[in-house]
Design a protein around this ligand. Structure first.
Ligand code: ZN
Length: 194
């Protein structure tokens, strides 16, 4: 439902790009296969989980905004949120190494002060022998899905805010975008079921 509501605001293509972008950081599990150690800045939870990486993806997304059928600013923030929320959620897991948020300025690994998310019940050595697949699976459950929900909530929130603005008087900017007018005319056109 939230997806449907936010449809005008976040284009289908941008939404798909966001879903893909929120998963991309974990392609770094390939590092295990390549023999790159976990603790390396190019290992799992290294550079691809950094805020810099999120920034780069967001800038690329903003430049591709036209193909994403979206405005550059909207593409930028949506994709930044999608990628950055991945690292943030990983930081709340209770296993593995921390997140290299500040790469390339620091290869320090960071965790959140509380870590309630169960990352994996099995030991590190077994996990290494499985080349990160088990961690990948737990991240599917604990990180990818919440990242996705976070994006959906953001869409729903922006839509709700737009509706609130509508009832309290439109600010200049909302008027300029024409978003609310389009939304309003669309819902008026929609045929009612008897
Ligand atoms: Zn991850």
């Amino acid at each position: 439902m939230a997806l449907g509501l936010g449809h005008d605001f976040i284009s289908k293509r941008l939404l798909i790009a966001g879903v893909v972008a929120s998963v991309v950081p974990d392609l770094d599990v390939l590092a295990f296969r390549l023999g790159i150690p976990y603790a390396s800045e190019f290992g799992h939870r290294g550079f691809s989980h950094s805020l810099m990486f999120a920034l780069v993806i967001a800038v690329v997304g903003a430049r591709l905004a036209r193909s994403l059928r979206s405005a550059p600013k909207r593409s930028f923030w949506f994709l930044f949120l999608a990628v950055a929320s991945h690292g943030m959620l990983d930081a709340f897991t209770n296993g593995g190494l921390g997140i290299a948020f500040l790469w390339p300025f620091s290869d320090g690994r960071f965790f959140a002060p509380i870590r309630p998310i169960e990352v994996s019940p099995i030991g590190l050595s077994r996990f290494l022998s499985l080349r990160g697949m088990s961690v990948l699976w737990s991240e599917v459950q604990w990180v990818w899905l919440p990242s996705l929900s976070a994006a959906v909530v953001a869409v729903a929130f922006r839509h709700y805010r737009a509706l609130t603005l509508r009832s309290t008087g439109l600010p200049q900017k909302a008027r300029q975008t024409g978003y609310l007018e389009r939304w309003a005319s669309k819902s008026a056109e929609r045929p009612r079921k008897p």
